[in-house]
Design a protein around this ligand. Structure first.
Ligand code: FO1
Length: 332
């Protein structure tokens, strides 16, 4: 085949865990190899069994490599649990389920971290080994840890999310370490050269806000000439997965939850994508809105949504979308 001379338009996606990984898989299946960069939340990372665990990075790695567990959305397909069972038998903690295959990746990553490699370098090494054509970038290389303020006190993220199954009432978040985090050159460069920036259907508070908390990162998104579009993580007034709707209710937002997402991203977006089940809210949005089926059950549905979102985002760039004023026109 003759080499193509067509210029690849870079697309940058901001992603958390399961919802982000699903949508990123749709983007990857649609775009030319190398066109996609995924900037991933690391606020969920923690230390467990003496290992650094990076759940969202791994969910995106496994999802883009097509080796993820489709039932849970996290972890590996065809996983075995021998180490977990034996650890529990010996009196160790088993509330956070690390499978045998997953553990192999953790052992390697830990070793590489100990020998001085950055999380960015390690993630790139892993994605190449897993034959992933897209770049996967941790939001930063320094530890940032999400602390959840609840009615039962402050809980480290995985204690709130996995151990306590998001049951405590949510009051707020602190991204511990964010002030000392540095914008990685790879993250800055990808945002500066992006032709489209897409915020995946991830939890805005738990998954996207930590990314935006890295000093300078949110400013680059806001300053970008590329259209910025977010896909709603709410379908039919409920979260597709995870606690986002529960958290919104606990913050006093009882209805029109997709609008709550838009308001949360104020000043950042040029367009928004909502599910057809939330069509009744459509007229309330102060920016161009694509209403479609956002439920992703398999690769064709992920790809279909990705195609629609990319076309919508591009229409904001070339001015063919005639809906309400986006970010770049109203000077936000
Ligand atoms: N989520 C769970 O609900 N229970 C688990 O035992 C669990 C283990 C786990 C192991 C590795 C990994 O990469 C992710 C894992 N997750 C588990 C998912 C993860 O904690 C959350 O989905 C994310 O942090 C939220 O995006």
């Amino acid at each position: 085949m003759a080499p193509t001379t067509e210029k690849i338009s870079p697309v940058v996606a901001l992603a958390g865990g399961v919802g982000g990984a699903k949508f990123a898989a749709g983007l990857q299946a649609t775009l030319p190899p190398g066109a996609l960069t995924v900037i991933v939340n690391t606020g969920d990372d923690f230390e467990h069994w003496g290992l650094t665990i990076c759940p969202d990075i791994d969910t995106v790695l496994y999802g883009l490599a097509g080796v993820n567990n489709p039932q849970t959305g996290w972890g590996r397909a065809g996983e075995t649990w021998n180490v977990l069972a034996e650890t529990e038998r010996l009196g160790g903690e088993a509330w956070f389920r690390l499978g045998d295959k997953d553990l192999a990746l953790h052992l390697l990553r830990n070793n590489w971290l100990k020998s001085g490699a950055t999380l960015t370098e390690i993630t790139d090494r892993l994605r190449r080994t897993l034959d992933i054509p897209s770049r996967i970038l941790p939001m930063c290389n320094q530890p940032v840890r999400t602390l959840v303020h609840t009615d039962e006190g402050d809980l480290p993220f995985q204690d709130y999310f996995v151990r306590r199954r998001c049951e405590p009432t949510f009051h707020g978040l602190t991204f511990v370490g964010a002030d000392n985090a540095a914008l990685a050159p790879e993250v800055a460069e990808s945002l500066q050269s992006a032709a489209q920036i897409i915020i995946c259907p991830s939890n805005p508070y738990l998954s996207v806000d930590p990314i935006l908390s890295v000093p300078g990162l949110g400013d680059l998104v806001r300053a970008s000439a590329a259209p910025v579009v977010a896909v709603s993580p709410i379908v039919g007034g409920r979260a597709v997965k995870g606690p986002v709707a529960k958290m919104m209710r606990e913050m006093g937002h009882l209805e029109h939850l997709p609008l709550t997402v838009v308001e949360h991203y104020a000043g950042l977006l040029d367009g928004f994508v909502i599910d057809q089940q939330d069509r009744a809210d459509e007229s309330r949005f102060p920016l161009p809105t694509l209403t479609t089926d956002t439920i992703m059950t398999d690769l064709p549905s992920k790809r279909r949504l990705a195609v629609e979102v990319l076309q919508f985002t591009q229409s904001l760039q070339n001015g063919s979308c005639t809906a309400n004023a986006p970010r770049h026109q109203n000077g936000q």
